[in-house]
Design a protein around this ligand. Structure first.
Ligand code: GLN
Length: 308
């Protein structure tokens, strides 16, 4: 097929760009190989095409956020989740300590404040923290169509330096947005971020969103269509943090990035796309990943608002 050749050529063109930095605030991530580079496409029919490092495992990090949001919406329903986490773009960094005036509600589920709150909303009310982590891992696995597991070393490394997320969680607890021990919630959220995936997995997870909730590989309905629509909408407006506007205009695909270097895009009704390259721009988005998506979008006319 011509698609792997196209992908290999695209990787070759961005390979020389060594700008950007590894995520320094998580020591285990700072020790990663910065040269990894891969890209994968998964169609809603279940075909996967890829080039480069598409079977190398790395931690999912913030790319877990839209999927955990999907699980919370499924498990609790829209109203309780929306009462705790908004859907407004923040225009701020992913780890900004910002909550809505008055209510203390995080602006959206893609920034850490919203994602920490969302983690606590996965599963039925009253679920034990360890069971909730189990529910999150099972859910992420259903999106991927393969059993996933966490990287304990990355998890422990992040927990030792999680002061900022703990501060956010304590503020959320102060506003009664969180009702549990903040440390327990951050521990579970960090575990969620430490789940290991490959670019192939991420493309399939994105394809499940693109396929309106049905995993194209396993045929399992993981979430309902309204939940898929909600998640894709929030990815479109908030998935790239303070670069979300640039992304929406330049690339025009619902997307989510992670600080281990993963990046996904989901094109409704068509494909899931994933790239992996660990060096990050100042927003915390993969430098070569952003370049690849810009190229895919313009070469194939993927911008949701049409070709120029
Ligand atoms: N675990 C990371 C954190 O909470 C995830 C951040 C990210 O991938 N942008 O800081």
């Amino acid at each position: 097929s011509v698609i792997p050749d196209y992908l290999a050529e695209a990787l070759g063109d961005v390979a020389s760009d060594t700008s950007g930095e590894l995520a320094g605030y998580i020591p285990e991530l700072a020790a990663a190989d910065p040269e990894h580079l891969g890209a994968a496409f998964a169609t809603v029919q279940g075909e996967v095409y890829g080039a480069g490092d598409i079977d190398t495992e790395f931690t999912i990090q913030s790319i877990s956020k839209p999927f955990a949001y999907a699980l919370a919406l499924s498990d609790r329903g829209f109203a309780p989740v929306l009462a705790s986490v908004g859907v407004e773009p923040s225009g701020e960094a992913f780890n900004q300590i910002s909550l809505e005036d008055g209510t203390g509600r995080p602006l959206n589920p893609m920034i850490n404040a919203g994602a920490i709150t969302t983690h606590a909303l996965v599963g039925p009310e009253g679920l034990k923290p360890a069971e909730r982590v189990e529910r999150v891992t099972d859910g992420l696995s259903a999106f991927a169509g393969r059993r996933l597991r966490a990287d304990e070393a990355v998890c422990a490394s992040e927990m030792e330096h999680a002061h900022r997320n703990l501060a956010i969680a304590h503020m959320l607890r102060g506003h009664d947005i969180l009702t549990e021990d903040p440390r327990t919630v951050v521990d579970g959220y960090t575990r969620q971020c430490s789940v290991l995936v490959t670019a192939r997995d991420l493309a399939m997870m994105a394809a499940t969103l693109a396929n309106r909730g049905v995993n194209p590989l396993t045929g399992q309905r993981v979430i309902t269509e309204p939940v898929a629509r909600q998640v894709l909408s929030v990815m479109f407006t908030c998935g790239m943090y303070d670069a979300a506007g640039d992304w929406a205009t330049q690339v025009g695909i619902p997307a989510k990035s992670g600080v281990a270097g993963g990046l996904i895009g989901a094109l409704p009704g068509q494909i899931g796309i994933a790239t992996f390259s660990p060096r990050l721009d100042p927003h915390g988005n993969s430098v070569r990943g952003v370049s690849l998506f810009e190229r895919f979008s313009s070469d194939m006319g993927l911008h949701l608002m049409g070709v120029p």
